[in-house]
Design a protein around this ligand. Structure first.
Ligand SMILES: *[C@@H]1O[C@H](CO)[C@@H](O)[C@H](O)[C@H]1NC(C)=O
Ligand SMILES: *[C@@H]1O[C@H](CO)[C@@H](O)[C@H](O)[C@H]1NC(C)=O
Ligand SMILES: *[C@@H]1O[C@H](CO)[C@@H](O)[C@H](O)[C@H]1NC(C)=O
Ligand SMILES: *[C@@H]1O[C@H](CO)[C@@H](O)[C@H](O)[C@H]1NC(C)=O
Ligand SMILES: *[C@@H]1O[C@H](CO)[C@@H](O)[C@H](O)[C@H]1NC(C)=O
Length: 664
């Protein structure tokens, strides 16, 4: 009986979508109609909210943007009684907020920032938004109130006329669009934006003359990440756009001042860490102008050769050929997946890859290597986001050990240390071997020892090479800087497994020393910036996230085969029905990119009865007498997903097969 519910709407849609296709063969004529998978074509509303927790605990919320959107698929299950609102949390990853270095701990307050995107298809959206703001915020600032274009104030605000929410959301359609001189290229085109997850890269600090440099930079980033390993198995779900908007000046600002550029990116010092956007509104409008469904994840790329970035509303990175991709994939991880940090000393440890409460009920129980969950034993001896200019003299990090551990690992990051004699590291007075990775960009170095430390005090010292002590300051290059330091001690391999294929409970310590667990030692790029891979838990989260926007099924096409050449006389002899899917599993164009064990299975139903002989085909042929109400069901399995509680790896469509739908 379920099918009856769908009958009228299916037929209405089919009729709208009917199209004619020229005959393929001489003896038969073909006309066809398509039935779109309208599962995610319900239009909905979104609100983007930036929340900052002030020093006194006040939760200040700023509404950044609001408008029409596409509803996430799992908000509107086929039976239409599921959730009505989804609150997506985008983790803000702000490197500048790391680094209460030990010397000025007392003076800094770390602001906690969150970003929420509310998404719904409900007509009562304004009421739901109000309820959310009431619960989650103490003060609300509506920055969209200044959003009106050409002084045309059609935006009513939430307090005015709750009955007319069409009006409330009407403003977004008036966004100014692309400017003269803008150019958009679709670098990865895997199908309609509406049923794909779309990334928009927007360049900042590229002049008119640097147009081709911009497209080459973005192509390189895309090749590294999407064609390269990180997002490779997910590629068919993505579209990638690049938007060039010429800036008057080249490069990005430093010392808290922006240049005359399209979106005004700048660093707050000259340090290679956070990069901020001073004209977010322009970026928002530009991204939306790329296309109605094209701006799922906006990203800003600064024309700058060095490390830096930020996550949040915009994923920000640079064109650095060394670190641009490293920053981008980590920040995109925060935006695309519901994941927190995995390295020590950060602020946000939430989402699918962090467990705070229980090892016994750990979130990734279904991924564990061991039958019984256990904790891997290590201890964090020192953690310092030093951001220290080595020109000022040696920098020391002191720590104590209790002498009970078996191994240690020292990890640091640095910038501006371009030659082997430019940087020195001493552990308890003994010089450690170090060779420069080359260049000025921020980079990472690591030392390991297979003995524990003796009980008592220890010291690590960092200095620049003595021959550089009297060097004049060169403003054009990054300073020689010690950026971050961590020192861990570990038990032996029996109690702490370095093996990156092991999935267990590995302790992570946040900025305040609070412990959460992550799933791997150093496998995941959310911890190990040199890694190009997400952990299994993150990958599963990414499948869930992407498939809540895009459905595996694009559309169903019905070809009506006719016989006879006289239009008056012709009659339908058979139907050919084809389900068009996102090409994964056996349909990947490049089978070398297929994850082992990944496949689709299909089932067909006619008038509610399973047609077993048609199973596992995407294109079927049925005689004209088999007209009726059909249903197609697809299920995707991949070893990258072990749990699918919301049924996101399934897609189905009920549609009518009928002669009268075949035009002429
Ligand atoms: C309808 O959808 C909800 C949410 O997905 C689910 O809990 C419920 O079991 C479904 N009801 C039926 C009759 O399928
Ligand atoms: C609107 O714009 C004016 C002038 O740019 C500014 O002073 C004001 O703070 C803005 N209002 C809001 C709500 O952002
Ligand atoms: C990377 O960028 C640096 C600095 O801009 C440049 O000197 C170097 O040639 C580039 N390397 C490659 C492989 O493009
Ligand atoms: C440091 O480098 C030297 C020369 O390459 C090597 O002989 C020595 O074993 C290294 N020391 C350590 C602790 O790795
Ligand atoms: C970090 O990832 C890189 C690249 O996969 C790998 O070579 C390195 O061993 C990892 N670091 C650790 C400590 O496992």
């Amino acid at each position: 009986m379920r099918t009856c519910l769908f009958l009228s709407s299916a037929i209405a849609l089919v009729a709208l979508a009917a199209t004619t296709v020229d005959a393929e063969k001489t003896s038969t004529k073909v006309s066809s109609y398509t039935v779109p998978n309208d599962e995610n074509s319900a239009s909905g509303y979104f609100t983007l909210i930036d929340r900052e927790i002030q020093q006194d605990g006040t939760r200040l919320c700023s509404i950044l943007d609001r408008g029409e959107t596409q509803v996430f698929r799992n908000l509107w299950p086929a039976n239409r009684s599921g959730d009505r609102i989804q609150v997506l949390r985008r983790n803000i990853h702000d490197e500048s907020q790391h680094g209460v270095s030990q010397s000025h701990e007392e003076s800094s307050f770390e602001k906690v920032k969150d970003m929420f995107e509310l998404n719904t298809n409900s007509k009562e959206w304004a009421l739901m938004e109000d309820a959310f703001l009431d619960d989650e915020c103490d003060q609300v600032k509506d920055e969209t109130l200044n959003n009106s274009v050409d002084g045309d104030v059609d935006f009513q605000g939430l307090t005015a006329g709750l009955g007319s929410n069409q009006q409330v959301f009407g403003n977004s359609g008036a966004v100014s669009g692309l400017l003269e001189g803008d150019e958009v290229r679709k670098l990865v085109d895997n199908g309609p934006d509406k049923n794909r997850v779309d990334i928009v890269f927007m360049g900042d600090g590229y002049t008119l003359e640097e147009r081709e440099k911009f497209f080459a930079d973005i192509q390189r980033l895309v090749n590294d990440m999407f064609i390269g390993e990180t997002f490779q198995s997910f590629l068919p779900l993505f579209n990638v756009h690049a938007l060039f908007r010429p800036s008057k000046e080249s490069g990005i600002g430093v010392n808290g001042h922006w240049k005359d550029t399209s979106f005004r990116l700048y660093r707050d010092g000259t340090e290679l860490r956070g990069i901020y956007v001073a004209n977010p509104r322009a970026a928002r409008e530009a991204c939306r102008a790329v296309g109605k469904y094209a701006c799922d994840f906006p990203s800003l790329i600064g024309n700058d050769p060095y490390y830096g970035g930020l996550g949040g509303e915009f994923v920000i990175s640079t064109s650095s050929n060394k670190s641009g991709t490293i920053v981008l994939r980590h920040e995109l991880g925060h935006s695309l997946i519901n994941v927190g940090e995995e390295y020590d000393g950060g602020q946000v440890y939430s989402g699918v890859n962090a467990e705070r409460w229980s090892i016994q009920n750990i979130k990734w129980k279904h991924w564990l290597t061991d039958a019984t969950p256990r904790e891997e034993k290590n201890v964090l001896r020192a953690q310092d986001y030093a951001w220290y200019d080595l020109k000022k003299g040696p920098y020391k990090v002191k720590f104590n050990s209790d002498g009970n551990w078996k191994r240690w690992s020292l990890k640091i990051s640095h910038s501006g240390v371009d030659t082997d004699d430019s940087f020195e590291v001493y552990l308890d007075g003994k010089r450690l071997n170090w060779t420069s990775p080359g260049g000025y960009d921020r980079d990472f170095s690591e030392w390991d020892g297979d003995e524990g430390f003796s009980a008592g005090a220890h010291e690590i010292e960092f200095r620049q090479g003595a021959k550089y002590d009297d060097e004049p300051v060169d403003e054009s290059r990054p300073i020689r800087q010690l950026c971050s330091v961590t020192m861990h001690e570990f038990m032996g391999e029996d109690q702490y497994r370095f093996d990156n294929s092991v999935i267990s409970a590995y302790p992570t310590y946040d900025l305040y020393g609070r412990k959460t667990w992550r799933s791997n030692h150093e496998f995941c790029l959310m911890r190990n910036m040199s890694s190009t891979q997400f952990c299994s838990i993150c990958k599963e989260g990414l499948w869930h996230r992407l498939l809540s926007k895009a459905s595996l099924l694009d559309e169903i096409q019905v070809d009506c085969q006719r016989e006879g050449d006289d239009d008056e006389d012709e009659k339908i002899s058979k139907f050919e029905i084809e389900a068009k899917l996102i090409p994964l599993g056996q349909f990947r164009e490049d089978q070398s990119k297929r994850v082992k064990g990944e496949a689709y299975t299909f089932r067909w139903f006619r008038n509610g009865i399973h047609q077993a002989e048609l199973d596992d085909q995407t294109r079927i042929e049925v005689p004209a007498t088999d007209a009726g109400i059909w249903e197609f069901k697809a299920e995707f399995t991949t070893p990258e997903v072990r749990k699918d509680p919301r049924g996101l790896l399934k897609a189905s469509k009920v549609f009518a097969v009928a002669k009268h739908l075949c035009s002429n």
